[in-house]
Ligand binder design. Sequence first.
Ligand code: SAM
Length: 511
Amino acid sequence: MVKRKLKQALGRMAPGLVEDRTILRDLSADVRKVGPQLEELRQEFRQELRQELQQDVRQALLDLTELVHQVDGRVNHFQQFDFRLQKLRALAAQVEPYQPAYGLPGVIADPARGSIDRCRAIENHFAGTLRGKRLLDVGSSLGFVCYWFADRGVTTEGWEFNPGNVEVSTLIGELNGVPTTIRAREFNRDSVMAIAPGQFDVVTLLSVLHHVVHHQGLDETKALVKELLDRVPTLVLELAVKGEDPDLFWDASLPEDELDVLELVRDQVEVVPLGQFGTHLSDRSRPLYVVSRKDTVTVNNRVYAYSHDRAEAYANSWAVHDHEDRRYYWGDDFIIKRYAFSGPESDNARLIAREIATLLSLRDLPEVPQLLDFEVSGGQATLVYARAAGDLFEPGTGQSPEVVRQVVDHVVAALRALRERGLFHNDVRSWNVLWDGSRATLIDYADAGPVDDDGDLVSLLWAAHALSTGTREPVEKGKSQLPPRETLGAELWPLYDQVAAGTRDVAALTS
Ligand SMILES: C[S@@+](CC[C@H](N)C(=O)[O-])C[C@H]1O[C@@H](n2cnc3c(N)ncnc32)[C@H](O)[C@@H]1O
């Protein structure tokens, strides 16, 4: 009753308040309804949060596991590395610590020789030209010289007759990952004679020859140096000097002049001193020399040691009278032609350009001598050919009909091969044929071209005539006459008759 009255009074005095209270009551009823839904949402939110956290933790655990694997791998690697390093230390303790261990400072605690100084002196002398070359280091000790130059682009090999040194130096290379070949090999007559010409460009013999002199004798050492220079154009020698210390066991065997080891090659070599290098043995230093054969031709930084050279390609060549500017060099397995030319329009420049282009395009033909290398620089072109078997015919003695027939057969085969490439030789001459007793090789492609401007078949008959009669055919090009038929063997008459009847195309010959 009182409540109602109060409410009425209130309703009169503040009508909005009663309404607000109603709204509030409604609101709290709503809130009561929303409460459970909120609780549900909260639960869901917690659930999702938990799942996300779980995923994050799982991923972090996976990452951690991967990391542990990686660390494990590294540890294993280092354990193995350490193992090899330990092995190296143990092995190195048993050999003469003559050189540092290349790339592994401290492994040889107190090396007798630094070695970098000598390597640098050699490197400087060759001024970057050793890259890509093949170097043999004789008496390679712990392999320092091999690894130093291998790291600078040189293909290196070491010969060392002490097996302990071989093992240590091989392991040093493995640990560095630097390639070289270390062979357990003694420097002696057998091993030197087994070197193929061209196998090495440089041989270094650093503080080795005094051992060779002592154990194999001075005369034998001189002979070995000569044999070595027959096969390798350049030697680098560090030579012990007599009297360094008279108590050294080799001292009495050494010659007064350390360069006596070059006695047999003195006239054929150039000797350049590179400097003096101290040793651990005495106060006296040892000289380092570069000894190079004079009879070499360098093409594209490759050194070719030749056995003889001439201004003419063959005895009594007509060309030598016209071209003082040509020179030919013969090696065991190559022939080098060097032409000088005054300008791009000169005869020599034209011939050499044509020959290079022709030989490059015929590389795959077995009938054609291979062009191994060429260099054109300044006013000079140098071509290196693989030396085909055989020799040029000496004029003066006639060849048997059988030899002449074989020569003609082989030259016809070469002309056919050329013809298939759309080319003519244009200089088929008796002096452009090599003969090895069973095989003839046509050489000199300087005039080859797409036009038969010399008449290859006519020239071949003249060459056959020259060989049969032991004479030289005329030099002039495009002969109109044929040689007398009866000077050729009857076996060549079918060929002769076809050419006499006008056949000029080798592909049209019937036999
Ligand atoms: C004095 S050490 C010089 C080492 C290295 N050449 C240097 O100068 O740093 C001589 C090395 O040549 C080796 N040696 C001596 N005579 C040899 C021979 N006939 N053939 C191969 N190695 C030889 C020795 O085993 C030794 O490692």
